[in-house]
Design a binder for this molecule. Structure first.
Ligand code: ADP
Length: 236
């Protein structure tokens, strides 16, 4: 375990923010879900499988997963200029890569499954919350999947490995040792579908970060699974 370290939020190094999830929040979508982690809120809506336009992007051998990530203008204190930008384009791709290993796209040759991910509030960890919401929305849409995925960021505050940095922590340690951010996505049986390492970290620290994130992903999975059960009216 990591050494004694005080976080501004009072959380322990391996303590994630309070999480909640809800499935079936957008009646017009084929599948939808919300995932909240602290003050970060993601909603995801799935449309499809449907005809793939533009046609020249069709893959005749398998379906295409098309994710679109967006932070709403008032998701942060300073209004964000609406429309896609470099960051949102990159995160959209990353979300696709994190989800593709679990979605059975071979069932839909030539078609597209559209996943729209909107951040209504952004307090760091948005790509992870977006992935968590999108995985639930895909399951809710009835898209065949091998598993769910659960995503969480590890990071380094000064020299301590912690989970789930909020925006305050992210900004406070932006310079120097503390700037490492490691979003990681796991299947329910602990297989990795996505990892990014932004900053410096030793091999040992990375191993520790992955171990902590893998444990936390199990808690996230339970919340996602329960939300899906609740949407079926199944309860516990
Ligand atoms: P993630 O949200 O996945 O952690 P980043 O590290 O890029 O991705 O962003 C961290 C946080 O910084 C976001 O969750 C958000 O709170 C804030 N942020 C990102 N882009 C902007 C922006 N253009 N304006 C204001 N805040 C932003």
């Amino acid at each position: 375990m990591t050494k004694e370290f005080t976080r501004q939020s009072g959380r322990k190094p391996d303590e994630i923010r309070p999480i909640s999830a809800k499935v079936g929040i957008i009646p017009n979508a084929d599948g939808s879900a919300m995932f909240q982690s602290g003050k970060t809120i993601a909603i995801a809506a799935v449309y499809g499988p449907k005809e793939h336009h533009p046609r020249n992007q069709r893959n005749p051998a398998r379906g295409t997963l098309r994710c679109t990530y967006n932070m709403m203008s008032f998701s942060v204190t300073d209004r964000i200029r609406p429309g896609p930008n470099r960051r949102s384009t990159e995160i959209s791709k990353i979300i696709e890569w994190a989800l593709e290993p679990i979605v059975m796209l071979d069932k839909y040759p030539g078609l597209v499954v559209d996943v729209h991910i909107q951040m209504t509030q952004a307090d760091a960890g948005t790509r992870c919350a977006g992935i968590n919401a999108a995985a639930m929305a895909l399951a809710h849409a009835g898209i065949p999947m091998k598993d769910l995925v659960s995503s969480i960021a590890a990071g380094k505050l000064d020299k301590t490995i912690v989970l789930d940095l909020d925006k305050y922590e992210d900004s406070e340690f932006e310079e120097g040792e503390g700037s490492t951010d490691i979003p990681i996505t796991f299947t329910s049986d602990g297989k990795l579908t996505h990892i990014q390492v932004d900053g410096h970290i030793t091999t040992e620290q990375l191993k520790q970060a992955m171990k902590m994130a893998r444990e936390a992903s199990k808690k996230i999975y339970e919340v996602q699974k329960q939300a899906l059960k609740d949407s079926l009216g199944g309860g516990k």
